[in-house]
Design a protein around this ligand. Sequence first.
Ligand SMILES: [Zn+2]
Length: 370
Amino acid sequence: MSKKRKRYRFFEMLLFLLIGAFFFLLFYGWGVHFIGKGASPDREKPEGEAPLEQDMSFGDTSSPAKTAEVEGLEIRADHGFLPPGGEEKLTLVATFADQRQEQIDSEGINYEMMDPNLGSIRKGGIVRVSPEAKTGDVLTVKAAYKGKIAEIQLMVRYSLEDTIKVDQTGKTVVTNLDDPVILVNKERNLPNDYIPSDLVPLKIPFSFQEESPKKSLRKEAAEALEALFKKAAEEDMNLTGVSGFRSYSMQKSIYENKIKTMGEEAAGRISAFPGQSEHQTGLAIDISSTSVGNRLVENFGETKEGKWLAEHAPDFGFIIRYPKGKEEITGYSYEPWHIRYVGVNVAKEIAKRKITLDEFFALDTFETTQ
Ligand SMILES: [Zn+2]
């Protein structure tokens, strides 16, 4: 072969290859585009490639339409509880007719935030909680994809780590003082001088006559408690208020008296160290009944009033703060008389799961308010 002829053959081959490559890319690209809009937008997954091959082989007519059909749709979140101002990436998982599950990427998904005053959702399924949202608020997000609708609920909950500081004496002090879901326990102290600014006198029967700050609670808790007492009276339950708000100095004298009579260890199980009492928050109150002489005794939990209180308190936003069998977690003996206001949503979540307020802050998954 001459040199000229050789060169001609070379260009002929190159042209042939280029035309071949052009048609291959055109065809392949169209296939990817078509499938991409269909069943498998997740190109990472190996099973996502399967329908592509099926689609390319025109002989097989059974698969593409079948696999593209969405049978079920589910929104997933790694965290069911989000702090105010927090963000979370949601993922949408579709189940296809052949039971194959696949994560669906943002394209073609219509997310909707059902409570726009509590948060927002942007492209890619990223939820942002409004900084003004309160602990216990529930956000509902819906997603539509291929004719199916999925829904998820997320609860707002502040972070324990972000609501403490260490004071000059090395004591851990709570910073979200006016939050109705404030957590005060043996690790989280109130400042000595903290007195809630919105204490109001309670319009309920008390076990004693004289005027006292113990007959007050914070406004929100007071209104809820009065509603609870009204409902109790309608059902012939004789509830009595015994002790609501207590200042740091009141708690200090109670605690010091207990130490004198029973020693420090025993006192610590039944009485809070000053600054660690929920009574100082203005959100807790001790309730008893005439049937046990208005005393604060464990037996109150066995009376019809005690049982009624445990069952109905969450409907009004209250929980039994120190339940039976949770002494290791709360650090206190069972107190069927001590109820704590946390708001209806949080109270119901705690009651439903049979947990304590301390444990509520460790929950990771949130299902629904129902
Ligand atoms: Zn109490």
